[in-house]
Design a protein around this ligand. Sequence first.
Ligand SMILES: CC(=O)N[C@H]1[C@@H](OP(=O)(O)OP(=O)(O)OC[C@H]2O[C@@H](n3ccc(=O)[nH]c3=O)[C@H](O)[C@@H]2O)O[C@H](CO)[C@@H](O)[C@@H]1O[C@H](C)C(=O)N[C@@H](C)C(=O)N[C@H](CCC(=O)O)C(=O)O
Ligand SMILES: Nc1ncnc2c1ncn2[C@@H]1O[C@H](COP(=O)(O)OP(=O)(O)OP(=O)(O)O)[C@@H](O)[C@H]1O
Length: 515
Amino acid sequence: MTGSPPTALRPQHPSPRSLRGLADEFGFDVRGELGDLEVTGVGLSSAAARPGDLYVGVPGRNAHGAQFAVAAREAGAVALLTDEAGAALATDAGLPILVTADARAALGDVAAWIHRTADNPATLFAVTGTNGKTSVVYLLYGILRQLGVIAGLTSTAERRIGDEAVTSSLTTPEASELHALLARMREVDVRAVGIEVSAQALSRHRVDGLVFDIAGFTNLSHDHLDDYATLEEYFEAKLELFQPGRARRGVVTVDSAWGERLARESGIPVTTLTTRADVAADWRLTVLDEEAAYTSFVLEGADGRRLETRVPLLGWYMAANAALAIVMLVDAGYDFARIAEVLERAGGIDAYIPGRAERISGDRGPIVYIDYGHSPDAFLQTLAAIRRFTTGRVVMVFGADGDRDTTKRAEMGAIAARGADVVVVTDFHPRFEDPAAIRAALIEGARAAVPDREIHEIADPREAFRTALALADEGDSILYAGPGHEDYHEVRGVKLPYSAREDSKQALRDAGWLE
Ligand SMILES: CC(=O)N[C@H]1[C@@H](OP(=O)(O)OP(=O)(O)OC[C@H]2O[C@@H](n3ccc(=O)[nH]c3=O)[C@H](O)[C@@H]2O)O[C@H](CO)[C@@H](O)[C@@H]1O[C@H](C)C(=O)N[C@@H](C)C(=O)N[C@H](CCC(=O)O)C(=O)O
Ligand SMILES: Nc1ncnc2c1ncn2[C@@H]1O[C@H](COP(=O)(O)OP(=O)(O)OP(=O)(O)O)[C@@H](O)[C@H]1O
């Protein structure tokens, strides 16, 4: 597998719209003849262009998209929307050109217009925060289905339309892809959609052209300090979601000072939620029991409403994620009594989250989790959750992303060394960095925190997992953090096939622990 374009889900029966009408609606400057041309789709990538598309050429880190206008035309695009610099690059591309000052900033509204996403929209839920976004979106999806609602989602792992799923590339799709996805969802009667909204999506206009019914916030901790100079800037990117024009109401977890500040500075009405006994909030979560297979909890409103249920997932934070999903549903108008009735049935919440503390081991041998956690706080929370029920040793296998926030590596190493009995440092996605240097930074952090911790350095992830497995026995747990649901290993621009889930299951079978 190499860097193939993401699979985009699009409406199957788009209604064409006049290009002249589009230019008039948005006041674009027109170069060339529009005649009676019509558009049926819109996109940012020449590789994903389809017949009838408006191709949008935006400047990027590596290139100006307008350079690829000829390839887009050859794939069937009927016109180009770009800025002045792009128009100069594409004069000979053989496409009529619509010109605007900032094509990326125009994209959301243009995509909404082409796909008519404001007509009969589903209820839209946005989830943001450093950790837990994917989990909350899947929990929303699961509970909605238990309520009998046809639901959709977009997450780091997958985009889902009812039962149909495709693997994601970006966490939050580009605006053109997002509006196409919503238009496709409307065709199959999806009535509620959970959308994972990264800070980058807010900074890069990916959720423009939408107003969410409810925006939810999980937490904020160290991550993405390659895209944002400081945590303050990262916070401000997230705060933008809690403003009129972006969302109508918010639900904010106020466990941390960041959450309290978000609730205070939000420009929309906010409902608060806490898991802490010492914090005042509209809703309070109390965890009752944390087991390897589930976490049970009580959710109580300040007005006396109460439900008791369980989530089939590891860790107190999955109960917090579930509580956030429930309060978001209540604020969107779903009846609390009906939610309680459905969730208080035996089994509780019915949700599966690919690659988030996903247990891949069977009934025998060490318990093995594959986890997408790749931030210091995710390591901390997952290790603590596993430690609670592990009678033997905790072995942790992990690496760190290349070409991404390098400042978190020492802390990741330190948390692993403090929380695990044995640490196996391996390669994750080195990308264009030297993998040995990434491992060295993690090991240095681990050694500085716990000098005598048992540490193994094994570059190949397949071999690293097998080493961890050889070191573990009945009663022990292995946390393999990083790859989660992913099915590739990215080295020097090439995505090599590798599924931590499938390969580690094979290793368990080879060791005789799994049928
Ligand atoms: C920093 C960033 O967000 N980059 C995104 C951006 O890339 P870029 O600006 O460098 O684009 P470029 O390569 O210069 O190309 C310019 C334009 O030409 C187009 N092009 C390029 C080549 C070609 O042959 N044909 C073509 O049409 C591109 O589609 C693009 O529109 O536009 C690309 C096209 O949509 C994205 O794939 C790319 O995301 C990259 C892969 C990325 O890693 N983004 C990360 C930082 C990100 O957004 N992460 C967040 C958070 C994840 C989390 O929560 O952990 C996310 O939401 O995923
Ligand atoms: N509420 C939470 N608080 C702290 N850690 C959490 C929470 N929820 C999940 N985690 C940890 O973070 C990891 C990633 O969870 P999840 O994928 O839901 O987060 P995310 O915000 O979607 O991250 P990403 O955008 O990178 O996918 C989990 O595997 C778990 O280790």
